[in-house]
Design a protein around this ligand. Structure first.
Ligand SMILES: C[S@@+](CC[C@H](N)C(=O)[O-])C[C@H]1O[C@@H](n2cnc3c(N)ncnc32)[C@H](O)[C@@H]1O
Length: 262
């Protein structure tokens, strides 16, 4: 299984589920961070690249705050949703959506003063080789003194293993029908991979529609990720442990790493 698998099927449920989990709690952070990093002499007001922009959950608020955002994602159904949102918000002049793989960024060298990787997108890279390729690509597309900001979803390795548990229920899912999420979780401690098998059931009885898919994430520790960033030529400038700029520590619930290109 590859880290980019599962997202096409997940797309229809992504915003519904995330409204109940991460919600909007990281959005102000990325909006303020984007404004800061693209202002000033190093930023020069240039465009921001968001890795794995998905349905535009982060790209839209960042654009609303005044930035120009290029979002890249491999999943066409996720991007379709983002495209509709951009159109509804009339942000077409500020948000450009590109279908592509973050391991092979299709952009010229030194084209972005800020690259951001919110909400665990780098955890979708399940093997070392893919992470190395992606960090090299990020370093290449950053301008001199450009900034890279990334978040790792911290709680994935601590997730209990379970099988076919009803982990979420709603009276009205994304299509207006009652919805149930039945989920299994397994942990591969050697490879540092957490695997989710999800089944969304919409409606009830015989007419219920079922959609099954899997998602997998590899979670490196913060020190492990710092070493990878430095190897890719990025100098770590801050480790944050919350969305208000608090310092990261071993017990932090939020893992944000900021780095600079030399
Ligand atoms: C956790 S979602 C993040 C979406 C968005 N940034 C957010 O915060 O809501 C991860 C996204 O990364 C995309 N993705 C996973 N692996 C990818 C890859 N190798 N290249 C491009 N996109 C990828 C998926 O399609 C999915 O839309």
């Amino acid at each position: 299984m590859e880290g980019w698998h599962g997202w096409d099927d997940y797309a229809a449920y992504y915003d519904w589920e995330n409204a109940q989990t991460v919600g909007r709690r990281d959005l102000a952070f990325w909006s303020v961070f984007a404004q800061g990093a693209t202002a000033g002499p190093a930023g020069g007001g240039g465009p921001i690249l968001e890795l794995g922009c998905g349905t535009g959950r982060v790209a839209l608020p960042v654009a609303r705050a005044g930035a120009t955002v290029v979002g890249i994602d491999r999943s066409a159904p996720m991007l379709d949703r983002a495209r509709k949102r951009v159109k509804r918000a009339r942000l077409q002049s500020q948000v450009q959506l590109v279908r592509g793989d973050i391991r092979y960024l299709p952009f010229p060298d030194k084209s972005f003063p800020l690259v951001m990787a919110p909400y665990g997108i780098l955890q979708s890279l399940l093997v070392e080789r893919d992470l190395t390729k992606t960090l090299a690509a990020v370093s290449r597309v950053l301008t001199k003194k450009g900034t890279f900001g990334m978040e790792l979803v911290a709680d994935l390795p601590a997730w209990d293993e379970y099988s076919k548990r009803v982990s979420m229920r709603g009276k009205r899912g994304p299509n207006g029908k009652p919805i149930t999420l039945v989920e299994s979780v397994t942990q591969d401690r050697v490879r540092q991979i957490t695997r989710f098998e999800q089944e969304f059931i919409e409606g009830r009885g015989k007419s219920a529609v079922r959609k099954k898919f899997g998602l997998a994430f590899r979670t490196l520790t913060v020190p492990q990720m710092v070493r990878r960033l430095e190897k890719a030529g990025l100098k770590v400038s801050a480790l944050l442990g919350d969305y208000q700029g608090g310092v990261w520590g071993l017990r932090a619930e939020v893992w944000i790493i900021l780095a600079r290109r030399g």
